[in-house]
Design a protein around this ligand. Structure first.
Ligand code: TMP
Ligand code: ASP
Length: 261
């Protein structure tokens, strides 16, 4: 597989073409952004951890029949993925109210929701990813009714699976964001899970202490983001001895860099 030109650079990842027109390389950067790019930083080692955590979750999801874009992880920062046409919607799934919904609707932080709540945001940085309804999606043809119905079914299965997976390692899945993409499989149009699932795109709280183990550590200036992401990876059984050393080195490296500045 040959890496070719850069196709797209987002806030946290870069997509490169390959010599296979159906496959691209997804590169995980260390850049962290929040509040629609208003807050920015580089957190050494974050991309490595997200690459591993996302690979773990997406390959587990594929084992329960959730089709997704992951082909295989290539190295510490890159994975080969299937080229899809991303549906321009961020699907947010909430089990517990926190973050933007508490401010938007005045809901008390930490309120456990009766049922998982799905919200839709238009994927448009210039507009600040505004909240939209299913009616907007249909009115402006951002996705079809069949696509939305399929995605909703997938979302609920993904949520059930991920709640169980995280609960098993002492973590509460509070909320998360998913993206889906269109692809032709055996001549048939399908919608599959795309992008990443990582502590950048989920809210993860320790089951007992409710310590935040996700990007809120950056959003809220809580510090120790790398140790928190490393903790998630370790609990999921991803970091074995060698990668463990890497993660420790990454932690040391970032503290050395911080001191130097
Ligand atoms: P919110 O409370 O800020 O709306 O975020 C809900 C969830 O979606 C949370 O797990 C973080 C994730 N998310 C992203 O992954 N990307 C985004 O651009 C936003 C706004 C949220
Ligand atoms: N990813 C979004 C940004 O870069 C928002 C967030 O994750 O809080 O601004």
């Amino acid at each position: 597989m040959k890496k070719e030109k850069k196709l797209y650079e987002g806030k946290a990842k870069i997509i490169y073409a390959t010599n296979d027109k159906n496959l691209v390389i997804q590169y995980f950067k260390d850049d962290a952004t929040a509040f629609n790019n208003q807050k920015k930083s580089i957190i050494e080692g974050k991309g490595v951890l997200n690459n591993r955590i996302s690979e773990h979750i997406l390959s587990n999801l594929s084992q329960i029949g959730i089709k997704n874009h992951l082909v295989k992880r290539l190295n510490m920062r890159e994975q080969i993925i299937k080229l899809v046409e991303i549906i321009p919607i961020e699907f947010i799934i909430r089990n517990v109210a926190t973050g933007s919904i508490t401010k938007r609707l005045g809901i008390e932080d930490g309120t456990v929701l009766k049922e998982p709540l799905i919200e839709y945001c238009l994927k448009d940085d210039k507009l600040g990813d505004p909240l939209i309804s299913e009616e907007h999606i249909l009115a402006f043809d951002w996705a079809s009714k069949t696509e939305i119905d399929n995605v909703k079914k997938m979302i609920l299965r993904i949520n059930d699976f991920m709640i169980g997976m995280f609960r098993g390692v002492g973590i509460k899945l509070i909320d998360f964001k998913l993206e889906f993409g269109r692809i032709k499989i055996d001549g048939k149009n399908e919608v599959i899970l795309a992008d990443e699932i990582s502590p950048d795109t989920c809210r993860l709280w320790d089951s007992i202490t409710e310590k935040k183990l996700d990007k809120d550590r950056f959003r809220k200036d809580l510090g120790d983001l790398i140790p928190a992401y490393t903790e998630v990876a370790k609990r999921l059984g991803i970091l074995h001895e060698q990668s463990n050393i890497t993660a420790v080195n990454v932690t040391n490296l970032s503290s050395v860099k911080r001191k130097k500045k």
